[in-house]
Design a protein around this ligand. Sequence first.
Ligand code: BTN
Length: 311
Amino acid sequence: MRAMVNNAEGEILRALRASGDYVSGEALSAELGVSRVCIWKHIRSLVRHGYVIKPSSRGYHLVSAPDLLLPCEFPGWEQKICHFWELDSTMRVAKALAKRGAEEGTIVVAESQSRGRGRLGREWSSPVGGIYCTVILRPKINPAYAPRISLMASVAVARTIRRLFGLPAELKWPNDVLIGGKKVCGILAEMEAEMDEVDFVNLGIGINVNCSISQQRATSLRDELGTDVSRKEVLSAVLAEIQRQQGMLTRDDLLGEWKELSATLGREVTVVSLGEEIAGKAIDVDTNGALIVKCRDGSLTRVLAGDCLHL
Ligand code: BTN
């Protein structure tokens, strides 16, 4: 079910947070240009979503807020965020929206997924506490550049984790984010395009935040830090990074940033691509994000997509 939290509620939260004290119903109704009854209804709806708001004769006081990814928590992005309590997969909903013409930057967010999808047909475990979103992008680029979009997103997530928490996030080709060799974030991109023009690229991002994933080579931010962190803060920072990086899609500095954060380059790897196994040393990524592997016989192989194992 989709959460019915709207801009008015975002405005109310903004006003309550800015004041840090009680704000009268009268002041809120003047600020938002709606009746006091309307304000009261919005307050009641916020309380239903888990916000603790103390009413008194002086007005309303925000005591605490839940860590939900509701649109009202993302000032400036409210109109773009489609929030759901649970979905099978944000990829499915984003695809339907993109096909119906949803605008660039539309973001489908779910608090949990029942059939989260990973790369290569795998399942993505999506319990409550993680971040699951798909961003609809309509980049004006040649489809050949599209693989760079997921590289860009992995750079955005790794940079965010490093900046907010000081954790040594690294990248495994093509776009896994690892901490200490364990996966904390996966990225799945789906594209629809003509020969020379992209219609949309749906960028699915799954980050293990305040949840524990019972897979051997997986971790979460909570597992690494020993405490819960704000998912709102993580998602806002990732979205801002993606916005910043988007302008770099056709520039080679993007690859430079990916290489700096890479845990793959310089390592012995095995890559399974289209049923074929390529073993050797990962030496570079080319302009389209393909991995260059120096095989044991000295030949160079260019791998466009596949599953990479660090040896
Ligand atoms: C991977 O296999 O590494 C990619 C995982 C991508 C998971 C995200 S969660 C949000 C979006 N919805 C999905 O069903 N999958 C992606």
